[in-house]
Design a protein around this ligand. Structure first.
Ligand code: HEC
Ligand code: HEC
Length: 338
């Protein structure tokens, strides 16, 4: 009786071991045969509108900037974009007319980094119609838009040596993109809408764990030796104003997802898309210079759903236009235009 019992137990254990072995074998074979299926369970699918990454636009090599006066002008433009505050910041050597930020703080690597808000499609697409102003804009007008809003400053005369240099540089950066075309990977990535409203409280936690190392706990960044800021401020008196492109949550979330913490890239993002939305919500919930331009969005139906100031063609409150959820707004607006 006792022996039979032991035999039974032994058989049970053997079966158990076989089962575990077969299970492990099946898992390893499947992982080997379909690695991408398993990966897709772990890694979230890419953001909206992401075309294949192997067709990405890359900026020309700065070593190819020609010698001579034409090249000097391009190099000068690049310098102005990298170190804007040295020339135009609060202690600027040419004119004190902006908040201390550099163009490069938002247009990374002097506007050449893939999805780092680069200038790849400026030369090919400007002059172009923009619905914010309801007019055809030149490159000069677009640059001054960023001076007035992102740098919360004043505009630069079109004929000035500095404006001409910046335009020359932007034309050089985009010189290989065919006319009218948009380069793959230029500007900012567009993330899929979050189904819920973005949440500033959750964003605060993400900010405290991932951003204060450089931007500081109060979000005011750190002053620098080579330009006014080594780490730029994210809100407060020295940050971009409420009329700037980054004040729209979709732009800010796309910028942060593909680039922050600094060094992250579109194919190696540090944050989940959801975290990028929440941390963007936290940043825009903090105070910053308030500016309104009377002529903005002359046609209400062209106003983006995440423009946080009314009036709108729908009856959703400003708060929902600021934090979402946006899909519901979009659905109503689409059904109206049908
Ligand atoms: C605070 C961030 C920030 C700073 C600083 C900034 N910009 Fe921008 N800029 C943006 C954003 C965001 C956009 C795109 C907005 C959009 O896509 O709607 C943009 C768009 C542009 C564009 C148009 C790009 C395109 O493809 O249409 C140009 C040109 C430009 N900026 C030039 C400059 C220059 C020159 C400076 C410095 C004088 C500057 N920007 C400083 C945030 C910034
Ligand atoms: C390792 C340092 C570092 C970390 C960590 C970091 N940043 Fe940045 N951030 C930078 C630097 C540097 C720039 C300016 C880039 C340049 O000038 O080349 C920048 C620029 C920005 C900008 C655009 C400029 C501005 O001031 O508005 C935003 C927005 C931003 N960071 C958000 C974040 C968020 C959100 C996090 C956390 C998820 C984060 N950053 C983490 C270094 C960092």
């Amino acid at each position: 009786m006792e022996r039979l019992h032991r035999l039974n137990r032994l058989i049970g254990i053997l079966f158990g071991c076989c089962f575990v072995l077969i299970f492990l074998f099946t898992v390893s074979v499947s992982l080997w045969v379909w690695p991408e299926k398993f990966q897709s369970l772990l890694v979230p699918s890419p953001p909206q509108e992401l075309k294949p990454l192997d067709t990405l636009w890359h900026a020309p090599d700065t070593l190819s900037i020609p010698k001579g006066p034409e090249g000097d002008q391009i190099r000068r433009g690049r310098e102005l974009i990298k170190y804007t505050s040295r020339f135009f910041g609060p202690e600027g050597s040419i004119r004190q007319m902006s908040n201390g930020m550099n163009c490069q703080n938002c247009h990374l690597d002097a506007g050449t980094r893939t999805f780092g808000n680069n200038y790849g499609s400026v030369a090919s697409q400007y002059p172009k119609y923009r619905s914010r102003s309801g007019s055809i804009e030149s490159i000069e007008k677009r640059i001054n838009d960023c001076f007035l809003r992102s740098l919360n400053g004043d505009s630069l005369p079109n004929g000035s040596e500095e404006m001409k240099a910046m335009v020359a540089y932007l034309k050089w950066v985009g010189k290989d993109v065919p006319p009218k075309k948009k380069a793959n990977g230029s500007g900012l990535v567009k993330l899929r809408w979050l189904e819920r409203a973005a949440n500033p409280e959750r964003g605060k936690q993400i900010f405290e764990s991932k951003c204060i190392r450089c931007h500081e706990k109060d979000g005011q960044g750190k002053r620098g030796r080579y330009s006014y800021y080594e780490y730029p401020p994210l809100w407060g008196d020295h940050s971009f104003n409420t009329a700037a492109g980054l004040y729209r949550i979709s732009n800010l979330a796309g910028y942060v997802y593909a680039n922050m913490p600094n060094g992250s890239t579109i194919d190696k993002p540090d944050l989940l898309e959801e975290e990028a939305w929440d941390v963007a919500a936290y940043i825009i919930s903090m105070s910053r210079p308030v500016k309104h331009f009377a002529g903005d969005w002359p046609s209400l139906k062209d106003k983006p759903v995440d423009h946080p100031f009314g009036p709108y063609t729908d009856s959703f409150p400003e708060r929902q236009h600021q934090y979402g959820p946006f899909a519901t707004i979009e659905k109503i607006n689409k059904s109206k235009t049908k």
